[in-house]
Design a protein around this ligand. Structure first.
Ligand SMILES: [Zn+2]
Length: 543
């Protein structure tokens, strides 16, 4: 087994990828090394920064250094004893139209250079291309992929099968299905660079998901050119396991300073927001006054630290089951990222199906963005598909969520429960108490300890969309059940009138009675008396 998954959250995984030069942990970032212009030597990238792997370009190596890398072996040539991945020159095809090498030559070159992870010479789709051309790139890449398995001579190198199709999502899906049938150990999403450069992270979500949903899930997925730490979590959350970044060096050349939430121009910085070994010893002004070369090295090194620390935060968030929270946090770094987060709505079912069902910790619900998270989607699906109340229950008593969880252990509910117990003891099975709760919707008292119905944090008041969501879930529940009366404890302060008005609509459609009464956070004697009266009416009229 080449790839073994250890921990999961959303579609993200912490895994172990076995290569002939060692086993590495994913999500894994490969800094791009260009031996011709390299601000930080590969050996230091491993020893000082702790990067276990790097990526370099076989085509550029071949063109610039001819046989040196193949004669010495790539590890020696680069002075790097970690895991080396090679790209094939596909990006150069994208930029320059064509390259002076064939697929066969590139395959052979990578084998001779003794790389650990190699890439076929795929034909990148690019961004502004016709459907016809996109189709051609998908087919040609597939042909070359098939050809690989006839020409390759070594079995100890992991081969990457890139998925093409660009923004033609049906083509991406087709490409993923076909590439997935071939015995590649790793897949990659090709040509997303232009999409990322234009900050079309919403399109990137579509592309990644089209690939992910159609590739074998047990193989790692590489995202080419995902260089900026502020979007790492988005890619990881969607199931990208491997990345490469040239941005750390390119940005350094342009005096740009990366952070996990964006990019700053060095010139505009008064303070360094980072405490990496480089930033903590100096000031932006001092760095700006350095000779250009020295400054570039400084920025490249800081940028590497910034990438690394974000990757660690992401891994810890996966371990803690808090990746969604981290994703929401980063999504607020840029409007385009927030747009991408909204796009996840389209894929909520797939994400839910492949996310872990229990976690060690509760979840944080901030606002309606969180309605897409798997825990919320899962409760909605399971509750509507699997839950039916006891057929004896005639009256649905709807109670707003309480501060204390589990709800049925709250002071507020205990008062109501006491009323039911003492005044309606002959009707124990007739009245069914359920809570309406953000962000989940309906939570029956008997289920409120099931994860995560009590293991989450929200703060009142809620936003409009969340209230609406809960109201819709409540109305849906009334619609699909057979109570003859709904008794609603209505809290206009926290829930405005939305829950009440959708309940009213649902009850009138079903032609059942709705009785409601205002309540506040703490039940008063007046409220309890009122409730007793309503329940008497509801039961009395029938009995
Ligand atoms: Zn720093």
């Amino acid at each position: 087994m080449t790839f073994e998954v250890k921990e999961r959250d959303l579609l993200a995984r912490i895994g172990r990828l076995k290569t002939k030069s060692g086993t590495v942990e994913t999500p894994l970032l490969f800094p791009v090394i260009n031996p011709a212009v390299q601000p930080v030597p590969p050996r230091r990238i491993r020893e000082e920064f702790g990067f276990e792997a790097l990526i370099t370009n076989a085509y550029i190596l071949k063109k610039r250094f001819q046989n040196q890398p193949t004669e010495k072996g790539l590890h020696k040539f680069l002075d790097f004893d970690g895991v080396i991945m090679t790209d094939s020159g596909a990006y150069q095809i994208l930029v320059y139209g064509d390259i002076e090498a064939t697929q066969e030559e590139i395959v052979k070159y990578q084998e001779q250079a003794n790389t650990d992870i190699a890439t076929i010479l795929d034909l990148p789709t690019g961004w502004r291309v016709s459907r016809k051309y996109a189709e051609h790139t998908v087919n040609e890449t597939l042909n070359r992929a098939k050809q690989l398995f006839k020409t390759k001579t070594r079995d100890d190198i992991l081969w990457v099968g890139p998925v093409q199709g660009g923004r033609h999502l049906d083509l991406v899906a087709k490409s993923a299905i076909e590439m997935g049938k071939l015995p590649f150990q790793i897949h990659a999403l090709g040509s997303p660079t232009a999409v990322m450069e234009q900050y079309r992270f919403d399109v990137l979500v579509d592309m990644i998901m089209a690939a992910k949903m159609n590739l074998p899930l047990d193989r790692p997925l590489h995202l080419f050119g995902a260089g900026h730490p502020f979007m790492f979590v988005l890619a990881v959350a969607l199931g990208c396991d491997l990345f490469d970044s040239a941005a750390y060096a390119i940005y350094a050349r342009e005096n740009r300073y990366m952070t996990e939430y964006g990019t700053s121009r060095l010139k505009e910085l008064e303070y360094f927001p980072c405490t990496c070994p480089r930033c903590s010893k100096t000031t932006p002004k001092e760095v700006w006054e350095m000779p250009k070369e020295e400054r570039e090295v400084f920025l490249a090194e800081h940028n590497l630290y910034a990438c690394l620390s974000e990757l660690r935060r992401i891994k810890q968030a996966i371990k803690n089951g808090r990746l969604w929270e981290h994703l929401e946090l980063r999504a607020h770094s840029h409007p385009a990222l927030l747009q991408a987060l909204k796009r996840l709505k389209r894929y909520e079912d797939f994400i839910e199906e492949h996310s872990p069902t229990t976690k060690k910790r509760g979840i944080f619900f901030f606002n309606h963005m969180g309605l897409v998270r798997p825990e919320v989607v899962r409760h909605r699906k399971r509750f509507s598909e699997r839950y039916t109340p006891s057929h004896e229950a005639r009256i649905l008593l709807l109670i707003p969520q309480t501060q204390t969880k589990p709800y049925h252990k709250s002071k507020e509910f205990k008062e109501v429960a006491k009323l039911l117990r003492t005044r309606f003891k002959d009707y124990a099975n007739d009245v069914h108490a359920c809570f309406y709760v953000a962000p989940f919707g309906i939570v029956p008292t008997e289920l409120d300890e099931v994860y995560p119905l009590s293991q989450h944090e929200t703060a009142l008041p809620l936003d409009r969309e969340t209230i609406e969501y809960v109201a819709i879930q409540t109305a849906d529940y009334i619609n699909r059940t057979n109570y003859d009366t709904v008794v609603l404890l209505h809290n206009p302060q926290n829930w405005n009138n939305t829950v009440l008005s959708l309940c009213r609509k649902a009850c009138s459609t079903k032609n059942i009675r709705l009785k409601w009464l205002n309540t506040e956070q703490k039940p008063s004697t007046t409220m309890l008396n009122g409730l007793e009266q309503l329940l008497r009416q509801a039961l009395g009229e029938k009995s």
